[in-house]
Design a protein around this ligand. Sequence first.
Ligand code: ADP
Ligand code: ZN
Length: 436
Amino acid sequence: MMKRYFQPEIETASRDRILEIQNEKIVRQVRHVYDNVAYYRNLMDQKGVRPEDIHGVQDIHLLPFLSKADLREAYPYGLLGTDLKNCVRIQSTSGTTGRRVVAFYTQADIDLWEDCCARAIVAAGGTEEDVCQVCYGYGLFTGGAGLNGGSHKVGCLTLPMSSGNTERQIQFMMDLKATILCCTPSYAAYIGESLEERGFKPEDNHLKAGIFGAEPWTEEMRQSIEKSLGIKAYDIYGLTETSGPGVAFECEEQKGMHINEDHFYVEIIDPETGEVLPDGEKGELVFTSLDKEAFPLLRYRTRDICVLNRTPCSCGRTHVRMSKPMGRSDDMLIIRGVNVFPSQIETVLLKEGYTPNYQIVVDRERHTDTFDIYVEFRPDQFTDLMSEIQRMEKSLEGAMRTMLGIGPKVHLVAPRSITRSEGKAVRVVDRRKLHD
Ligand code: ADP
Ligand code: ZN
C-alpha cells in the first residue's frame, strides 16, 4: 500500500485549522524574535511595531522585511535566536549571488526541516521500500543534508552519494537499484545523457521518480528529463535562509508546489514597492518561519518571482501552491533595456529540439550590449556543412527573438563542449560587470 502523505493530519488539514495553527505560532514567534534577536528588535522599534501588535497572521504586514543585505550585515551571529550552545548545526548558501549566508539550526529546527523533505519524498511516491539516491552536494550546502534526513524519516534505503563522480553514481544507481533520484535538474539531465552514452535505455534503470530543485528549471526541461530517465520528475523548492529544500514540493498533480504552511507563512509582494499583492498576481515570495528557533527569519524577501494558487488540489493536500519560480529577480538580465530570464532561453532550446546545455554571454561594446548564446548540437544533428550550421543558427535566433523581444547571436558548438554542472548550473557570463 502506497503512503500518500507523510503527515496527513497537517498536509490535508482544513483551511481553518491551518489558519488557527499559523495564528497561534506567529504570536509566539514574534515574541521569541523580539526578545532574542536584537537586530530584528531594532527594525521593529524603528517601525514602531511591538510584539503585542501581532495578534495573528493578518497583522504580519506590520512587520519589517528582512533581506539578504540584512543577513550579510548581521553575519555571522546577528540573527541568532538562541544561545549557540542550543545549536547543533550550521549550513550555508551556495553563494550563487554573492557572499555566503550562514544559517543555524537547533535539533528541533533540523527535525522540522527533515519532516518537510520527507513530505516531498512521500509526495513523489516514496515509501520504506524505496532506494533513494541523494546526489545533491553534502556539506555546507543544504541539498544533501535535507534530502538525506527526509529519506531517513520516510525509511528509504538512503544512498548518500553527494554530487559528482558520475561514473560511480551510475554504477550504484544500477547495482543497488535506486528508485528515487534527488539532485539538481541540470545534474539529472547530465546523468540521463551519461546513461545514454553508455548504451542504457530509459527502461534499463530502476528509477521511478526524481526530486529536483535548487535552481530554476522549465516544464520543457522536466519533459526532457522524464523521457531520458523514464521517470516522473518532481520539483522541490527551498532556500538556506528558511532551512533548505522542502519549503515547498510538488505532488502527483505537478501543477505547482505545496508550501508547508504550518511552518512557513507566505506572502507575495511587489518587489518595487513592498506592497502585499493579492493571490494570483506575480511577485516576490516572502517567507516568515513560524517555528524555527535558531534562525527565525520574519518576512524574509527571497527575490524569487512567482505566483500563488489557492485552488484545491486533487491530491488532497490543502496547502497553497506556488508556481515554479521563473528565476530570481537578480537572475534577470537587462540587455539593451529588455528583461531576459535564462529560463526563457531554456524553453526555446528544448522546444526547438536542442539539449538544455547552453551558456549566455553578455558584454558591452561601444556602449551597446552584446548578447551571445552558445548552444550545443545534439550528437545526431552534428554537421560540418557551413551553410547548414548557419541555417540552424538563424532559425534559432528567430525563435529567440520571438520569445525574448530581442535578438541574440546564436553559436552552435560541438556536442558536450559546454561544461556540465554537478550542482547548480552556471548559465550566464555577464562581462559587463568587469567594465563597471
Ligand atoms: P544561493 O542563494 O547561494 O543559491 P541556496 O542554495 O540557499 O543559496 O539557494 C536558494 C535559491 O535557489 C532560492 O532562493 C531559489 O532562487 C533557488 N531555488 C531553489 N529551489 C528552486 C526551484 N525548485 N526552482 C527554482 N529555483 C529554486
Ligand atoms: Zn497537490
